[in-house]
Ligand binder design. Structure first.
Ligand SMILES: Cc1cc2nc3c(=O)[nH]c(=O)nc-3n(C[C@H](O)[C@H](O)[C@H](O)COP(=O)(O)O)c2cc1C
Length: 441
């Protein structure tokens, strides 16, 4: 193995980020929308990858700043013209938080064409710390277009996409270009591929230690890892490992064992993003605390409700033993969740976002109950504000997640409360938006 100190290093561009020493959130379609990324950062992830976004979805999109929460939204009208019975509205295909994700967000692109890749990447290049090329998604919708894992079988194309991205996006925008691959069937095949990739000008390479046909439940194979890391190091490229990394502590141990520069976590972070907290920082948080933070972040982000619901079904432990799970499953809007889970202090924000997202009428609660609960919630909020602090759910335990305990503050940008329509929106404790999946891996 090449010594990390003596190895050459590809220079990190001025607006880019070095992947070395980082434990990062993996790209995850649906599960990697803005609220999930903000939670991962809050709990200690060093960098976050956004969900794979297909080049064509981004080309032709418009960029706008959401005046209520300051997030940047890339929107477009559906390419199929939308439903004839519904008014045409723009969908948000990507959303990011320029403050809290600053210097930490890697945009992952799905593409099979250098020219389209460059056009799409230029749309977001000024707002992110790096562009990562997905060369590992095995799903037919990705591979049938020659994208994702299909690129592993067309190395010339893969190399030409990376070279185009480095030349036309990485250099002018001064951000890093990286790639995420899977291992191939034999070490020799992987070695040949990686040897070519590290010469394209990329700053980082992530290797998912499974072959393309392997299912997610199959154990990651790590016997090619040192070889991949060694090729990367000789070329000065940072190497991240991925596959069955369960927590920050586990990541650090594996990084040391296999001589890789960093580690990427997907499914463990999907079920409990507080896995980014080390044991010394308190380790995994109870699900209620994580769910509280997630609902708060989703409200502040104006996250698409369907996406929030999808994630909550993962974050709230299921089964007959947990009546809250069964009850929460019925929620039809954000306010419903706040009532069911007794997050009263989040209710005013929930009602606001329900109005913005046209969800108000869908509530499973009756109107009288609603107005009374709203009045109580608003009253509680005002009382708490007057007392100089935000109220907290009476049932969620007071944990470091919101009380300034062992969360690594280097990952938490400073608070910037905003005045919006007379209501204070605190962008620090958690935050912004969603994505209408037209897109992805
Ligand atoms: C819900 C979900 C969505 C995913 N979406 C993407 C994606 O957009 N791009 C990508 O490169 N990999 C994607 N993956 C794969 C993960 O990034 C990761 O490589 C894989 O889950 C292995 O990591 P793990 O063992 O920590 O789960 C996805 C995985 C999951 C579970």
């Amino acid at each position: 193995m090449t010594s990390l100190t003596s190895a050459p290093r590809v220079p990190i561009p001025a607006n880019g980020v070095d992947y070395r020493g980082k434990v990062v959130l993996a790209p995850m379609v649906r599960s990697g929308e803005l609220p999930s990324r903000l939670l991962a950062l809050k709990y200690g992830a060093d960098l976050v990858w956004g969900p794979e976004t297909i080049d064509r979805a981004l080309v032709g999109a418009s960029r706008r700043v959401n005046p209520r929460n300051g997030t940047i939204e890339f929107t477009r009208v559906p390419s199929n013209g939308g439903r004839p019975d519904k008014p045409l509205h723009e969908s948000i295909i990507y959303r990011l938080d320029p403050q809290r994700e600053k210097g930490k967000l890697i945009f992952q692109i799905g593409t099979a064409d250098p020219e389209l890749a460059v056009r799409a990447a230029k749309m977001v290049a000024g707002d992110v710390a790096g562009i990562d090329l997905n060369s590992g998604c095995p799903k037919p919708f990705s591979t049938c277009g020659g994208m994702g894992a299909a690129l592993l079988r067309t190395p010339d194309k893969l190399v030409s996409i990376l070279e185009a991205l480095v030349r036309e996006v990485g250099n002018p925008y001064q951000i890093g270009i990286s790639v995420k691959i899977r291992i191939l069937e034999t070490p020799e095949l992987t070695e040949n591929l990686v040897s070519r990739l590290v010469k394209t000008g990329i700053t980082g390479l992530t290797v998912h230690c499974r072959t393309t046909p392997m299912r997610p439940r199959e154990r990651a194979i790590r016997d090619q890892l040192q070889m991949v890391a060694s090729i990367c190091h000789k070329a000065g490229v940072a190497c991240l490992m991925n596959g069955d990394v369960s927590s920050r502590d586990n990541a650090l141990a594996l990084m040391s064992e296999y001589g890789v520069d960093g580690a990427m976590i997907a499914t463990s972070a999907e079920s409990n993003p507080s896995c980014f907290r080390s044991k010394a920082e308190g380790g995994l948080l109870p699900w209620r605390d994580v769910v509280y933070d997630y609902v708060k972040a989703s409200i502040e982000s104006e996250n698409r409700f369907g996406n929030t619901k999808f994630l909550l079904n993962t974050l709230i432990p299921g089964g007959k033993k947990n009546p809250e799970f069964n009850h929460a499953k019925n929620a039809k809007n954000y306010a419903d969740y706040c009532r069911i889970l007794e997050f009263e202090d989040l209710l005013p924000g929930a009602l606001e976002v329900d109005t913005i997202l046209n969800l108000t009428e869908k509530s499973i609660f009756k109107t009288e109950t609603r107005s009374k609960a709203v009045q109580n919630a608003i009253k509680n909020n005002e009382t708490a504000r007057a007392a100089g602090g935000a109220p907290r759910s009476k049932t969620a335990s007071a944990t470091p997640a919101t009380t300034g305990g062992p969360i690594r503050t280097s990952s938490i940008p400073a608070s910037t409360p905003k005045e919006e329509n007379g209501a204070k929106v605190d962008l620090s404790a958690s935050s912004p938006p969603s994505q209408n999946q037209e897109v992805t891996a």
